[in-house]
Design a protein around this ligand. Sequence first.
Ligand code: ADP
Length: 380
Amino acid sequence: MTHVLTVNAGSSSLKYALYEKADAPAVVAQGKVGRIGGAAVLTPEGAPQRSLPDGTDHAGALSAVLDTLKASHPGARIDVVGHRVVHGGPDYAAPMVLTDEVLARLDQFAPFAPLHQPHNLAGVRAAKAAFPDALQVACFDTAFHRGHPFVNDTFALPRSYYDRGVRRYGFHGLSYDYIAGELRHRYPELKRVAVAHLGNGASMCALLDDTSVASTMGFSALDGLPMGTRCGQLDPGVVLYLMDQEGMSAEEITDLLYKESGLKGMSGISNDMRELEASDDPHATEALDYFTFRIRRELGAMAAVLGGLDGLVFCGGIGENSAHIRGRVCDGMGWLGISVDEAANQANAGVISDGPTKVLVIPTNEEIVIARAAVQLAGA
Ligand code: ADP
């Protein structure tokens, strides 16, 4: 039996999963390395944590993961590695084998996602060095949205900017791909569905017949909903003001918008939803008010884009676990055919509203989407 390894390398984390290579890949091990670049820690699921040497980089993190997998699954033979890559640019609308040519093209998209793409590609290079004979496959967060109609793919800038790649890409595509697959199999009658992926990063996607037609995220992973530390939708005039009047540099503004805003910036307490829900600080309350307000606003917009709504899906750490947020998003949405069963909501049940518009809680699984794509490209 051969195996597929999936690698999801972020700025300071590397999530991995090992699958048996089959048409329906079965997971055999998974885990995460956190705090890469600092006091890195390896946490294999179901096994004790292990500290890694200070300053461990992505290659060091991957090598620690491989040591752990060798010890726990000595017979595993990895011949395909699937990578999550945030940006596939305007061209890539499907997973790709990571030839040197594709990798060079992905390097060129790094300026589109400077905080994510270089780390993803560092993971790819580490895996290529560790498995020189394995097939390496890239799965893009943008790919699922590449079929958007032009009005949802563009900004109202001079046309030449669109041609140079300044477009609405949309992200969280692997998660939406998974949810679309689940809907196709389990709820084929739902044609017009809004999906709310609410984690530390958060976005929404409008699905028409399981195909993405709109996303709240745009050119970068900053747009749309407020997130743990990212601002969400922002008037570009604010950025001009910060540059012109407050003398902030691009680097300082990047830091502000990506790392210091969102739930963390508004509450002044934390980016973690559990902490904010437990807090009675009025700023935490305001942060939650803003978060739910923006989701409700986008939900209305998606219903308009889709010409009505048959379903709403919650996923991601908050979407799957926070009855409080789900309840607040759905409150007073009778006009959209939503009426939440409070007991089902409190229990994180699969169906929490069973009226004309179904409201579902579906745990997402980005890793299995990568593993399936990798197996398919490997021709197993
Ligand atoms: P990431 O985008 O980093 O993958 P996750 O999807 O894991 O993030 O989501 C993390 C968020 O989910 C955090 O804000 C966390 O507080 C929230 N979360 C996890 N469990 C719960 C819970 N039981 N109630 C409320 N929020 C939760």
